[in-house]
Write a new protein. Structure first.
Length: 325
């Protein structure tokens, strides 16, 4: 049997999205549906939440399966694309869930690749700028091999993604599978989890709830923030391209963490202090993508200005907190 009714079979392309109830997976799902795809979403809800896909209830082009992709993935019928986004992705998550993080990077990626191979589908792995570790070159280009501590606390995420890239390229070379690797830099927008520990929801949540903003170290470390719709656009373009090697997708506009904290206070109108806490082990000092490859190969670059994107994100969290009361 197919997951969709027989009269609908064959009229649209089918995409499988793992991690479909997560921040990025749910936005990718929306984009694929808007582009005319049928989407099968898979998530074990370890860090994902069904509220991110509640708006898809009753959509005949969407089917959700609650499943842990570290176990064998069975999907009946045709599949044309497999987007593997399943993984804890915030420091709080992967520090609390080190073994599930490693398992989904290894077993989960292997199973998702197996599904793509069985279906003759294009495969895209959501990798990360964390493969560069605490980089010794700046900004980071795709040919940089990284500076990663494999046995440090962050190593469970960094090495899970580095393995995921390695097995993806092995499937491409050995099985001639059509594979893509996107290295995602810091991304923000609606549907991030307030408590996930990443700097965007942390600072916005603190500001809206009248709490001091906490920076780690002196706040001089840098990050580059890409709005989610821009990131998803780059990912979709990459999945439809002929490029098989890693490609950075992110916004090269760089700011310090302290500058970001000050921007959140200004945007929310909060009169709060910024306090410092000890810097976590192996926390990257700089993070900025070189996106020349994405510009050249995909014709992609970010379009949403920081002021616009952060306003949308603050509004989302303001409404979220109001509804939680």
């Amino acid at each position: 049997m197919d997951l969709f009714t027989p009269q609908r079979r064959g009229d649209k392309r089918v995409a499988v999205v793992t991690g479909a109830a997560g921040f990025l997976g749910s936005h990718l799902t929306d984009r694929l549906l808007a582009d005319g795809y049928r989407v099968i979403g898979i998530d074990n809800l370890l860090t994902g939440n069904t509220r991110n896909i509640d708006h898809l209830a009753g959509n005949k082009d969407y089917h959700f399966i609650e499943h842990d992709v570290t176990n064998f993935i069975y999907v009946p019928g045709e599949v044309h694309f497999v987007y593997h986004f399943a993984s804890p992705a915030s420091p709080i998550d992967y520090l609390e869930l080190p073994i599930p993080t490693l398992k989904v990077g290894a077993h989960g990626t292997h199973n998702a690749l197996g599904l793509a191979k069985a279906k003759g589908a294009t495969f895209l792995i959501a990798s990360t700028s964390e493969v560069y570790g605490d980089p010794l070159i700046h900004p980071q280009t795709e040919d940089y091999w990284g500076n990663v501590n494999p046995i440090g606390p962050r190593g469970v995420y960094d090495e899970a993604k580095r393995f995921a890239e390695a097995i993806t390229m092995a499937y491409h070379r050995y099985h001639r599978l059509d594979t893509k690797i996107v290295r995602i830099f810091n991304t923000y927008g609606p549907r991030m989890r307030l408590e996930d520990g990443r700097v965007v929801p942390a600072f916005i949540g603190q500001a809206l709830q009248g709490e001091p903003l906490t920076v780690f170290g002196d706040g001089s470390q840098t990050r580059s923030f890409c709005y989610v719709s821009d990131l998803i656009d780059g990912i979709v373009k990459l999945s439809r391209s002929e490029e098989h090697h890693p490609t950075n997708i992110g916004n090269p506009k760089e700011m310090t963490i302290r500058q970001f904290a000050e921007a959140i206070l200004e945007k929310t109108g909060a009169k709060l202090e910024i306090i410092e806490k000890p810097l976590p082990e192996d926390d990257p000092k700089v993070r900025q993508p070189n996106i020349e490859k994405a510009q050249r190969v995909l014709g992609w670059e970010p379009k949403v200005a920081f002021d616009e994107g952060i306003t949308h994100t603050i509004d989302y969290f303001r409404n979220f907190l109001a509804n939680e009361k």
